[in-house]
Design a protein around this ligand. Sequence first.
Ligand code: HEM
Length: 516
Amino acid sequence: MPNVYARAEVAKHAALGDLWVVIDAKVYDLSKFAALHPGGQSVLLDPEIAGQDATEAFFGLHRLQVLRHPQYARLQIGVLAGESEKIKPRAAGSLSEVPYAEPTWLTPVYHSPYFKEHHRAFQRGVRTFVDEFLFEDAQKLQKNGQKPSQKVWDELARLNIHAMRLGPGPHLRGRTLMNDTVKPEEFDCFHELIMSQEMSRLHARGYHDGVAGGNAIGLPAIKNFAKSPVRERILTEVLDGKKIICLAISEAFSGSDVARTKTFATKSADGRHWIVTGTKKWITNGNFADYFITACRTDTGMVVLLIERGEGVETRHINTAYGPASGTAFVTFDNVQVPVEHIIGPDDGSGLIVILSNFNHERWFMCCSSLGAQRLILDECLKWVSQRKVFGKPLHAQPVIRAKLANMITRVESAQAWLESITFQMNNMNYKEQSTHLAGQVALLKRYCTHTAQKTARDAQQLFGGRGLTKTGMGRFIEHYHTTIGFDSILGGTEDILGDLGVRQAMKQMPKYARL
Ligand code: HEM
């Protein structure tokens, strides 16, 4: 049983060396801590704080996690008589009750034509995994930049997340998905949308790509174009979490204009190997990848090769805005011998098809994760404007603040609605139909998601002020979002390229008879 104190009793301890405060109906003894307090001793001795209820002052300056940290939790000596705590964190695996902090389909009372009970069960499963297993690891590794531990890769494999990131299909047969919350035959693009949105709830942009971003963009080439037995071997190793694959396309010389790739492959005299020489840049997971799906020029055009880490392959870390945890690498291939069986797709120079084939899927899941991360920022902002007081009122009492929030909400809701509509089409179109009818929509949606994300990052930073610039404390997630957000607008095609693609696709479909 905790000690129970009356407010009058707490008020007697209001001096240096004998200092108590109340925060959310709990009594803290700060007598010794005051001299160590990172915010200074004097603020705690203020007559409005010492011996008083400091709840409002505390939450205007600290995150709730501060009180839950064992180092500080032990300062609690009791509770207030007849009162109980009101402030609690979101429980692991649960939904946020902050308005607009979840997509509409997850908000009680609202309806959705798309999501069924197995989608909800699946969402709860992924949310719990992210909250309980991934979040702390992400926070730690985002800073120190190490590769996620084998324990993480094994757990991703056990839940079959590596497999589900390839989308619905026969590769899921016989697998237990996310602790059996969905059957392989039920798994559709909405499950994949959920997984991508939930996995982005880490406030750790580099780590987010560090946990198998390379698999998600590299493995489809193996699944769809490699030949047996290479196909089965690599799929098994990567889906089981034993090996890591990455996609090595972009170079210092060429990004979106893939056809200008300079890395060159030529057949050996005995015809048994491709000999590859060249460099690749910005390769996600390249630092720790075992396999590189590599685009190479040949005398006749382009081939895609599966290159194993080994003699002649070197990777060097690239220091990026989104942090080292993504394992982003500069890769050099120096006369690397690649067995001819490691060809992925055609060997007649028409390999560009392999590279282009996954672009829509890749851009679509980038939209999912971009919006998942944007929601988290909205959640942060709505809490902040409620708990932060300025000029004696909560921040949201200012019309200019409400206008910013209105924009944030409108952006994320409109983009989510478009995303769900496209996802529904993906569930009902075959690959060819998707390529023809969705490439433009997906390109424009990705452009919209990342463009609006940058606006939201800026608005959020304005709401948090100086706190949105510091790597610790109240605004640390805002600072992280603002610093790393540019990444999303570049990977998978810059906004300009995608806007252009979207309109060119529309122009292709203009009816010849259409006139004003
Ligand atoms: C159990 C009681 C408290 C603990 C454990 C605590 C702990 C901390 C910690 C760890 C920080 C560093 C910043 C962060 O990580 O968020 C901090 C900063 C600060 N604290 Fe406290 N604190 C307590 C109570 C209070 C109270 C009652 C006040 C009232 C004025 C206060 C005022 C401040 C200020 C002004 C800062 C600097 C904030 C900033 O840099 O933005 N603290 N405190």
